[in-house]
Write a protein that binds this ligand. Structure first.
Ligand code: FES
Length: 144
C-alpha cells in the first residue's frame, strides 16, 4: 500500500510555484544529472560574470520534490560566487525547504549535483581549475 508523504509548506510552495524555470541561452555552464533508479532528470543553466552567478534557471523532468529542490537551489546560488555556489550541499537545500521525507532525500542530491555539473561545465569551457570541484557523474545513484 502506498503511503502519503508529508511535505513542508515551503516544498509545496516551490513545487506549485517554482522559481527560475527555463533555460539560459548561451549559458556559461549547463549541468544535467539524472537518477537511473527513479528516472528523474534535472538540468541547471548558469550565467556567470566576473566569477559571480548572475542568473540560474532549471528544467526538471522529475518528481515534485526534485522541482522544489531545483527551484530553491537556483534561488540560493544567484548572486553567489562560483566558490560559494560550490559549497551548496543537499543538506542546505533540504534545510531551506523545511525538510524532506526520507525517501525524497535523493531529490535534493540531484540539485546539488546539477549545480556542480553546471559549474564543472563552466570551468571546462573557460579552462579554469576550481578547488574542490569534481567531475560530475551522469547518474547520481552512484553518489547516494
Ligand atoms: Fe527521484 Fe525525486 S523521486 S528525484
Amino acid at each position: 500500500m502506498s503511503q502519503v508523504l508529508e511535505y513542508s509548506e515551503k516544498v509545496m510552495d516551490h513545487f506549485s510555484n517554482p522559481r527560475n524555470v527555463g533555460e539560459i541561452e548561451n549559458a556559461s555552464g549547463v549541468g544535467t544529472v539524472g537518477n537511473a533508479k527513479c528516472g528523474d532528470i534535472m538540468r541547471i543553466f548558469l550565467d556567470i560574470e566576473d566569477n559571480v552567478i548572475k542568473d540560474a534557471k532549471f528544467k526538471t523532468f522529475g518528481c515534485g520534490a526534485a522541482v522544489a529542490t531545483s527551484s530553491i537551489a537556483t534561488e540560493m546560488i544567484i548572486g553567489k560566487t562560483v566558490e560559494e555556489a560550490l559549497k551548496l550541499t543537499n543538506k542546505a537545500v533540504m534545510e531551506a525547504l523545511g525538510g524532506l521525507p526520507p525517501v525524497k532525500v535523493h531529490c535534493s542530491l540531484l540539485a546539488e549535483e546539477a549545480v556542480h555539473a553546471a559549474l564543472w561545465d563552466y570551468a571546462q569551457k573557460n579552462g579554469l581549475m576550481i578547488e574542490g570541484l569534481e567531475p560530475p557523474v551522469a547518474d547520481i545513484e552512484e553518489r547516494e
